[in-house]
Design a protein around this ligand. Structure first.
Ligand SMILES: [Zn+2]
Length: 308
């Protein structure tokens, strides 16, 4: 073997190991979701974005929200562990990508249901007010698939799907997190999936770009609290365990104080940023937190509404 050839082989090996190394580096984290039983035929799937509800009916499975881009298959895999029944329907609580993007990975035969504003918002997904921009291609996730699994059936204020123990009631009460936040109620189980209208015990994201409203928020939550009967348990948009119907009332009260604080700061001549910096959670709301990165854009949205 000549020296040149050996050298060439060494260079080739170095190049090969470099290539292998380069491919190994960005190993994607495994997309695993965790199933939590809420009732015998209702589960919540945590991980990968908004909380997914899995309702196992007599003839098929209804999925509520489908997580971030690329997470649809993980949902389908998790459902296979729970039941052999096929997914027949998706209900999207609102249009945010971490609740709708997985839709495109479900069979095109699936019935997709959403409130009419949410259905329209899904056709032109915009950046969420106060959140960092996502990669540009994610906003076109449905357009790139020729509109696959956009909402096929819509409602305005109220819709009932199925009957008896399979019955699902959908409600819309007005603007809050977006202009299409849906309450998905399983009357036989006394459970409601409330999406991001009550995502966690924190100030909500007020997505003005998708029609959300700060000043109407607590009114909308109160309408739901008094308009929906016989629910005990809530599946929240981003809380890993369930909460109670009483927590929804507390959330309405919390939002009343939050908006009241913004109004009083504005009257006192404070800027939105000054109001945000001075904000602390009132003592009566135990377990609530208020991340500054959330409070700041929220104050701006409320100030913008108050000065309109
Ligand atoms: Zn959301």
């Amino acid at each position: 073997m000549t020296r040149t050839l050996v050298l060439g082989a060494l260079i080739a090996m170095a190049a090969l190991s470099f290539t292998v190394g380069a491919y190994q580096t960005p190993q994607p984290a495994p997309r695993t979701v965790t199933a939590l039983k809420v009732k015998d035929n209702l589960y919540m799937l945590n991980g990968g974005g908004g909380t997914t509800g899995v309702f196992i009916g007599a003839n098929g499975v209804v999925v509520i929200d489908t997580k971030n881009p690329g997470w649809g298959q993980s949902i389908l895999d998790a459902i296979k562990e729970l039941t052999p029944k096929p997914v027949t329907m998706i209900i999207n609580t609102h249009s945010h990508l971490d609740h709708v993007a997985g839709n495109i990975e479900f069979p095109a035969t699936v019935d997709v249901v959403a409130q009419e504003h949410t259905a329209a918002n899904m056709k032109r997904i915009t950046p969420v007010t106060g959140l960092p921009l996502r990669p540009a291609n994610e906003y076109a996730i449905f357009a790139d698939k020729n509109g696959r699994n956009l909402a096929k059936r819509t409602f305005k204020d109220r819709m009932t799907l199925g009957s008896g123990s399979d019955r699902i009631d959908l409600y819309y009460f007005g603007r809050a997190h977006t202009d299409g936040d849906t309450f998905v109620v399983f009357p036989a189980l006394r459970v409601a999936h409330v999406g991001d209208l009550f995502a966690f015990k924190q100030p909500p994201i007020l997505d003005a770009n998708a029609g959300g409203s700060g000043i109407e928020y607590s009114r909308t939550v109160m309408k739901a609290y008094s308009g929906i009967k016989d629910v005990d348990t809530i599946i929240n948009g981003h809380t890993p365990t369930t909460t109670t119907w009483a927590d929804l009332k507390e959330y309405a009260d919390y939002m009343t104080t939050f908006i009241g604080y913004a109004e009083s700061q504005m009257k006192a001549g404070k800027s939105a940023d000054e109001a945000a910096t001075g904000y602390t959670v009132p003592e009566q709301f135990k377990g609530y937190t208020a991340p500054p990165a959330r409070v700041k854009p929220d104050m701006q949205v409320i100030y913008n509404e108050l000065t309109k």
